[in-house]
Design a binder for this molecule. Structure first.
Ligand code: NAD
Ligand code: 89V
Length: 336
């Protein structure tokens, strides 16, 4: 398969390294408005061709799909451009700055008959996949409570300086990951109540948020911040605790996964698959990027809908924007 990668910045390095590791990918073309970044990608990843304009690449290259790794303000333009050229398309999270934009993108891809997947990769970390397998096997019975936290003091602004300028920060950037995990483990959300805070005075948006989410059978508590001062910073690992009718499951730091089933505890150690090129964000990220991109290739080969399709991701984005509404008005936001 031939992929056209649009955006050769910070996170694209992980996408490009992962495409090299996937045998079905025969050719990678790159595009970046900052053409020097595209040229750097050509050198580092053995890319065949370089562009600085997406439309020129789409017009000149017979691509099987496009992989968009730009920041959200350009996502709608680029997704709809790929759809116009009849190209299947992956787009990084957050899909769009509004639910209306996101719905228009999903509709444009459906109308064009192309597949849209959001590169929402946290659920593709090996330890998350293992946890889901154990829960689906019935080891803890029926889940009724999830506690999912992503709290770190890691300087996220060093690799992603735009985050310090975003008026909407942790719910928009991290909530898209956490709410996808909430839905992955607990199902769809009926209502939510959110509170946000700005702790760091040197940024524009909220850097701390706590959200209570209600499901048909239980509740989730999602806590996220980019400002924690803790003894063991677990950055990019996600402490999770799921409680069920017959037991509980807990993901702890150092890739430890403990299951209590009918009062018996079974420990599992689920470290990420190691990839030689690694990722500045840690091994679990690299593993998740390879996994979601392999999933994408399998979906194209079998004609099946990706787990985090554009249509599916609308339900996650509803929780992001619903959380902002809830926090702004101090109300319970009813989702469906
Ligand atoms: P970045 O700013 O480092 O890179 C984006 C690149 O896209 C830039 O080089 C820019 O020149 C280029 N670009 C922008 N618009 C373009 C256009 N119209 N045509 C061609 N090139 C264009 O951003 P980043 O930190 O790599 O983040 C990119 C996306 O990845 C964001 O949406 C971010 O939220 C997401 N991200 C995801 C993860 C994850 O999946 N875990 C981690 C970090 C970032
Ligand atoms: O993973 C991400 O989406 C990044 C983060 C700062 C969390 O690493 O934005």
């Amino acid at each position: 398969m031939k992929v056209g990668v649009i955006g050769c910045g910070f996170f694209a390095q992980n996408h490009l390294a992962a495409w090299q590791a996937i045998k079905e990918i025969s050719s990678v073309i790159v595009c970046d408005q900052q053409v020097e970044l595209a040229e750097a990608a050509k050198t580092q990843f053995g890319v065949r061709q370089v562009y600085d304009e997406a439309e020129e690449m789409l017009a000149n290259e017979d691509l099987d799909f496009v992989d968009i790794v730009t920041t959200p303000s350009s996502h709608r333009l680029l997704v709809e451009m790929a759809a116009r050229y009849g190209r299947h398309v992956i787009c990084q999270k957050p899909l769009a700055p509004s639910i209306e934009d996101a719905k228009a993108m999903v509709d444009a891809c459906k109308l064009a008959g192309v597949t849209l997947m959001v590169h929402e990769n946290f659920r593709w970390q090996g330890i998350i996949q293992r946890a889901k397998q154990l829960i689906d096997s019935g080891r803890i019975g029926d889940p009724f409570l999830a506690q999912i936290s992503f709290r770190t003091g890691y300087n996220v602004y060093s690799n992603q300086p735009y985050l310090a300028e975003d008026e909407r920060l942790v719910l928009y950037d991290m909530g898209t990951h956490i709410f996808d995990l909430v839905r992955f483990f607990m199902g769809e959300v009926s209502s939510l109540y959110a509170q946000t805070h700005q702790v760091n005075p040197d940024i524009q948006g909220e850097d701390a948020a706590t959200v209570l989410l209600c499901h048909a059978a239980g509740a989730s508590v999602a806590a996220m911040n980019y400002v924690s001062a803790v003894e063991h910073d677990e950055f990019i690992q996600i402490p999770i605790r799921i409680e069920g009718s017959h037991g509980s499951l807990e993901i702890r730091r150092d890739y430890q996964l403990n299951v209590v089933s009918n009062k018996q505890m079974t420990p599992y150690h689920v470290p990420p698959v190691h990839y030689s090129w690694g990722s500045s964000l840690g091994g679990a990220v690299m593993e998740s990027v390879v996994n979601i991109q392999k999933h994408w290739v399998e979906c194209l080969n079998t004609g099946t809908e990706p787990h985090t399709s554009g249509a599916d991701n609308l339900k996650t984005l509803e929780l992001v924007f619903g959380s902002y509404e809830s926090a702004a008005k101090s109300i319970v936001c009813h989702i469906r």
